[in-house]
Design a protein around this ligand. Structure first.
Ligand SMILES: *Cc1c(COP(=O)(O)O)cnc(C)c1O
Length: 451
């Protein structure tokens, strides 16, 4: 029997990131300065990002060297394993082969550390002393606090208030690594104070927390801002996922028919899928790429393709992306990392161009597959990642019905051991689906900025 866990040695770890901008038939329209609505130049971004990351944002070089210092830290958990989910295949009685790339082995418990380490490194190199960021359920805050700790940077994390109170464990982890974790909206920023004036009980949202972090970073010379998803440089750093997976599959003479990842801001999907999109664009590989989102926050499947802000206050550049509108308030589903109104412009463009496709599922179906996966493979998956698992299950069942061999690769973006209240809700039958009503969607989209 062939291998169940396909490993690479440290020596086989990629030395370069893959930049899909070199190969896309159409690049997204450029980001716009939020005030002038003119294309944003490096000068618009330099108050909050180091020049190295701004250059990566616009680079069309296909391969970008991973700095030695970043690779050294990657070695704490990379290359991550690629696993064959044999017991899941058996449970589903499917002829399909199911492989998953497991990012839960990172010290942060998710893929987010891949970009956090790179971003902390470039900021340190630029002489920055402190990073400010936002976090929803806390995975990004944990990853950035670890990365800042490795490079001796201070770290301030604005954490969406509802999660700050409901999910104290990740807050504790951030504090272990020395980060200052603040419930958002806070009274430390103008944007936070404005929200609190209107609604003192506001539970916060990712869009509000981003406004607070950007305002903090823009107001201090020693401080920059870091974003855990959406932007091109984040997609670039995550390409280690797909590059490693491709090498690992090659070791067992396999190539996927379908590559699947959950999609919040798009970074883990970009990471696993873009190196395969390369094969599809450049050499006509017949691989399908599927981004999976919650039906309660269906950005790619029901959003508009338009310019929109990344945050609620409208501080960020306008990005050309699929969006539900910056004021869209997603219901409190348990996959906190998938509750973002927008999406990566690069992912949006390849979906728009038909190179990738998108699916949306309700959370009860997603948790059912999550528990099936946990019982089969022994890993408790993050609720976000479970969206990818669910679609992998759908593909495996379709393969069985068609009596067809099919090689399925999905990204298991993180483990769910700090998400147990979500599993409690599922197991006690309290989990509900919140399909987005058409009228709510219409209302949110009416607020899109005029360009
Ligand atoms: C943040 C997060 C996501 C969603 O973010 P993307 O940028 O879409 O990848 C998915 N899974 C896990 C485990 C996360 O922490």
């Amino acid at each position: 029997m062939s291998e169940t866990k396909i490993l690479l040695s440290e020596k086989e770890m990629p030395t370069k990131w893959y930049n899909i901008q070199a190969d896309m038939p159409n690049l997204p329209k450029p980001p716009l300065n939020p005030a002038t609505k003119q294309p944003a130049g490096p000068g618009d971004l330099s108050p909050i990002f180091p020049m190295a990351l701004i250059l990566q944002e616009v680079s069309q070089e296909r391969w970008i060297e991973i700095p030695e210092e970043v690779r050294e830290i990657y070695k704490l958990w990379r290359p991550s394993p690629l696993c064959r989910a044999r017991r899941l295949e058996k449970a589903l009685d499917t002829p399909a082969k199911i492989y998953y790339k497991y990012e839960g082995v990172s010290p942060a418990g998710s893929h987010k550390l891949n970009t956090a380490v790179a971003q902390a490194y470039y900021n340190k190199e630029a002489g920055i002393k402190r990073l400010a960021t936002e976090t929803g359920a806390g995975q990004w805050g944990v990853a950035l606090s670890q990365a800042c700790n490795f490079f001796g940077l201070e770290c301030t994390v604005y954490m969406v208030k509802v999660s700050y109170h409901q999910k104290p464990y990740r807050r504790s982890v951030m504090q272990i690594f020395g980060a200052d974790c603040i419930a958002s909206p806070s009274n430390l920023t103008n944007s936070g104070r404005q929200i609190l004036e209107k609604d003192p009980e506001s539970l916060g949202s990712l869009g509000i927390a981003i406004s607070e972090a950007v305002e903090d970073a823009a107001g201090r010379d020693d401080t920059n801002y870091a974003l855990g998803s959406v932007l091109n440089h984040v997609a670039l750093h995550q390409s280690v996922l797909g590059l490693e997976a491709k090498e690992q599959l090659a070791k067992v003479d396999a190539y996927p028919d379908v590559v699947i990842a959950c999609c919040g801001g798009g970074s883990n999907f970009a990471g696993i899928a873009f190196p395969f999109a390369h094969d599809k664009i450049v050499s006509g590989a017949k691989v399908r790429l599927v981004a999976v989102e919650p039906s309660s926050c269906p950005t790619l499947t029901r959003g508009h393709y338009a310019y929109d802000f990344g945050d609620v206050a409208g501080f960020t550049p306008l990005l050309w992306m699929y969006t539900l509108g910056k004021d869209f308030m997603p219901p409190g589903i348990h996959a906190g990392g998938l509750r973002y109104h927008g999406d990566s412009p690069l992912v949006s463009q390849i979906v728009h161009d038909g190179i990738a496709e998108a699916r949306a599922y309700g959370q009860t179906a997603v948790f059912e597959s999550a528990v099936l996966f946990a019982k089969s493979e022994g890993v408790v998956p993050a609720p976000e990642s479970s969206h990818a698992i669910h679609h992998a299950v759908v593909e495996a069942i379709a393969a069985k019905e068609a009596g067809e061999a099919r090689t399925i690769l999905f990204n298991l973006s993180g483990h769910g051991l700090l998400d147990l209240p979500s599993y409690d809700a599922y197991l006690s039958g309290k989990l509900e689906d919140y399909p987005l009503p058409e009228e709510n969607l219409k209302r949110a989209l009416e607020q899109l900025p005029e360009v």
